[in-house]
Design a binder for this molecule. Sequence first.
Ligand code: TRP
Length: 339
Amino acid sequence: MSLKNHTVLSGVQPSGDLHIGNYLGAIKNFINMQDDFNCYFCVVDLHAITVKQDPESLRRNTLEVVATYLASGIDPKLSVIFNQSSVSMHAELSWILNCVTRMGWLNRMTQFKDKAGKDRENVSSGLFIYPNLMAADILLYKATHVPVGNDQKQHLELTRDIAQRFNRDYNCENFFPSPEPIIDNDISRIMSLKNGLQKMSKSDPSEYSRISLTDDNDTIIKKIKKAKTADVPMPDNLNDVLVLSEINNLLNIYSGFSSMKKEQLIDQYKGENFSNFKSELSDLLVSKIEPIAIEVKKLMNDKSFLFDVLSDGKKRATEIATKTLNDVYDIVGLLRYDS
Ligand code: TRP
């Protein structure tokens, strides 16, 4: 079934050090969609600056996400790859949405509460209205499907509320569609290798908690060797695995990279201690990550190609974004005229 009248949009922040959680939760799913949907894959640099970024690193990290998209198999002919700040309509629509979203809705966002923590008075106001910019990213292209990690589900629900509120307040039923999240619950929540109850994160002080997409083979092997397991052998059923959070997580990683079902893997390794499992898992990871790491490195040395991809994406994205923003300005009553 072709869904070419359906549109997918997703974004990855250029905040450095992409890891296998980002890959399995987001990028890997993008690849499967590009044949069937109109796809927009954005590097959300304006989201990244809601917390302090070093300008030089931000530029580099933005290109590195583009390189990772390409190295992972996103085809710039099929999909539109661009950085958010190069299409100014994202910022412009987000202002309109700031005036639609209610304070109460934003106050409920758990990601803001987590990120702001005790420092609530001192975080940027951009961090608070971050979800409105994300809604603008999605609604600008009237995206119908949004592949995201589990942690973004609440932001997607907010986007739907914003779309519906706009349509109702301005009497323009069906102007913005309500986008559907696409979430694979298991692999979109990859946890720390040291603590199966904590999300894998680039801000974890221990390198051993995560596997980066740029890790070399020895590092991958070492990290898997050190990963926490359990004091019991591999159980023979999924229910018993689910209570062993570190094992469940390693199985999710294995399954995510091999597309073998967890039940199959449990059957294969049941009753064994984890040394054989770990060595096969690190072989698998090396075989999948090494080609990506090599290609990212190669592409990072060909900046002019990366800029060509971005310019083409910017052009294609701007076309749609301009049309939507013009319609929104008309609907809202903001004057438009030629100078
Ligand atoms: N907030 C998302 C994250 O941190 C990134 C993002 C920004 C995004 N805009 C988006 C994801 C639009 C999907 C669609 O993962």
